[in-house]
Design a protein around this ligand. Structure first.
Ligand SMILES: C[S@@+](CC[C@H](N)C(=O)[O-])C[C@H]1O[C@@H](n2cnc3c(N)ncnc32)[C@H](O)[C@@H]1O
Length: 201
């Protein structure tokens, strides 16, 4: 979707989706963090980071995060939040679209939270290919999306998660589903389960 759509939203409200306030969002972030199979990550990529509410929580589990958005005002709010939370030194914030070339280097975590339904089906396939290419072997891809149709969006969250399930190179590692959102965890290539990694089975 055109960045202007999001610029207008942030011009009207500093937190258009209520990420900082709604219990729905707080709970979803808690489930997101809990679903990550590793306790700690080396370098994460979080495109569409908005005002940095999830970014700040991810920073507690990551040495470094590259977090991007198409709207400068959202990035300003994110910078402020990350400074307040004392984690700004771990986060590289930048203005970029998912459709731009991805940051150089590899990641052991890519988080695509509520951002893929803004892409056309063709751009989604390209983006998922980039996600696979950017992930280290054994790295984690976490995807989470609202499942109710939104008329303005090019795709539904349901279609997005179906496209991800059909992407080569990803192994499904877990999911959480309810009426409102679906969350799926994939790894690049097979990885021992969390219990197996600690010798429990
Ligand atoms: C619904 S918010 C999701 C925020 C955050 N990922 C979360 O889950 O809390 C979507 C964000 O994606 C950004 N966005 C939309 N299209 C984008 C694109 N092509 N590339 C990067 N960010 C984009 C918007 O500006 C907005 O801040």
């Amino acid at each position: 979707m055109d960045p202007g759509y999001f610029e207008t939203m942030y011009a009207e409200s500093a937190d258009p989706w209520g990420f900082g306030e709604r219990w729905y969002e707080h709970r979803k972030y808690a489930i997101t963090l809990a679903a990550l199979p590793r306790p700690h990550y080396r370098r994460a990529f979080e495109p569409g980071c908005s005002i940095g509410v999830l970014t700040a929580q991810l920073a507690a589990r990551c040495d470094r995060i590259v977090a991007t958005d198409v709207v400068p005002r959202a990035l300003e709010s994110a910078r402020h939040r990350l400074e307040q939370d004392g984690v700004a030194d771990r986060v590289e914030l930048g203005r970029a679209s998912l459709l731009d070339s991805w940051p150089p280097g590899t990641f052991d975590l890519v988080v695509l939270s509520e951002v893929l339904y803004y892409l056309t089906p063709g751009d989604l396939v390209t983006t998922l290919g980039r996600a696979v290419d950017s992930l280290e072997e054994g790295g984690t891809l976490l995807v989470v999306h609202w499942q109710h149709p939104v008329p303005e969006y090019p795709q539904t969250g349901r279609a997005v998660h179906e496209a991800i399930a059909a992407t080569d190179g990803l192994d499904h590692a877990g999911s959480y589903r309810d009426e409102d959102f679906h969350l799926d965890v994939y790894t690049r290539g097979p990885v021992p389960s969390v219990a197996a990694a600690e010798g429990l089975n």
